[in-house]
Design a protein around this ligand. Structure first.
Ligand code: ADP
Length: 266
């Protein structure tokens, strides 16, 4: 069976404003199996978001190839859901309008889109809030809307870029639990980008550590903690601490490299 996602010897270079070239990713190899939840972790600026851009087809690689389900990615790939740090909501639309927008865009009738949106709004725990506008919701509620928006079209792949980093610690744990239980009811493969190692271990089947830029894979760690997981409690498991220490040994060096670079004047 083909992996859901494969990046083969991928390099990504960007033109810099001063006319130079910056290599963000170099010879990066990554595979994600169908239904697998992979967390990608690395220091800020290491190339995590760039990796998601390549998988989505929004950015072409400078060298190497990206495959979805064994097919080379050429342009924006279909069947992908996204969730970002900032919520992609229309401020002038209600919760119902925002969640129904995805199916409408994909050609569903208004009635069908609204019926499916109501179902997803209930599944993310927002029944009764269909007529609210985004500014009338808390940060956690807006994340629930974002989860409904990204899952309503039944994506085979879910790309998440630090989606919960703006939330307070308690709300964040609740949203992480919510994400895991929603994901368990789908067969989606997930790539979850974060710089928070605890979050990566609590959520993922596997944690991939990137080097400080140019990013390549520094390590791959299987998280053999049982599911279903309770995110706020799993941190107290002895095995969680062991995995944390093991990955941190790898990650620490990269964080230090990145920190030292950030202190150097350009
Ligand atoms: P991360 O998500 O790990 O914080 P990014 O993938 O956003 O890192 O960025 C990796 C590096 O590539 C950074 O140094 C960033 O400045 C650079 N970069 C990202 N996108 C562009 C772009 N469109 N043009 C130029 N440089 C970019």
């Amino acid at each position: 069976m083909n992996p859901a996602i494969e990046l083969r010897d991928v390099t990504k270079r960007f033109a810099t404003p001063t006319g130079g070239v910056y290599t963000a990713l170099r010879d990066l190899n990554l595979t994600v199996a169908s239904g697998e939840f992979v967390a990608v972790i690395g220091p800020t600026g290491s190339g995590k978001s760039t990796t998601l851009g390549l998988i989505s087809g929004l950015e072409p690689p400078s060298a190497g190839e990206v495959f979805i389900d064994g097919r080379p990615v050429d342009g924006v790939a279909q069947g992908i859901g996204y969730m970002f740090q900032t919520d992609a909501v229309f401020p002038w639309k209600t919760v119902l309008g925002n969640v129904a927008a995805g199916p409408r865009y994909h050609g569903a009738s208004n009635g069908d889109a609204r019926a499916r949106a109501r179902d997803w709004i209930a599944r993310v725990g927002l029944a009764g809030f269909e007529d609210r506008y985004p500014h009338q919701l808390s940060g956690g509620m807006r994340k629930r809307v974002a989860m409904a928006q990204s899952l309503i079209n039944g994506p085979a792949i879910l790309l998440m870029d630090e989606p919960f980093s703006s939330l307070d610690v308690q709300t964040r744990s609740l949203m992480e639990d919510e994400l895991l239980s929603l994901w368990a009811s789908t067969s989606a493969s997930v790539v979850f980008v974060t710089h928070d190692l605890e979050e990566a271990i609590a959520l993922a089947d596997r944690v991939v550590v990137l080097t400080a830029g140019p990013a390549t894979i520094k390590g791959n760690y299987v998280v053999d903690l049982p599911r279903p997981r309770n995110v706020s409690e799993i941190r107290f498991e002895p095995r969680f601490g062991q995995i944390y220490r093991e990955i941190w040994n790898d990650l620490r060096d990269e964080v230090l490299v990145s920190y030292e670079r950030s202190r150097r004047p350009d």
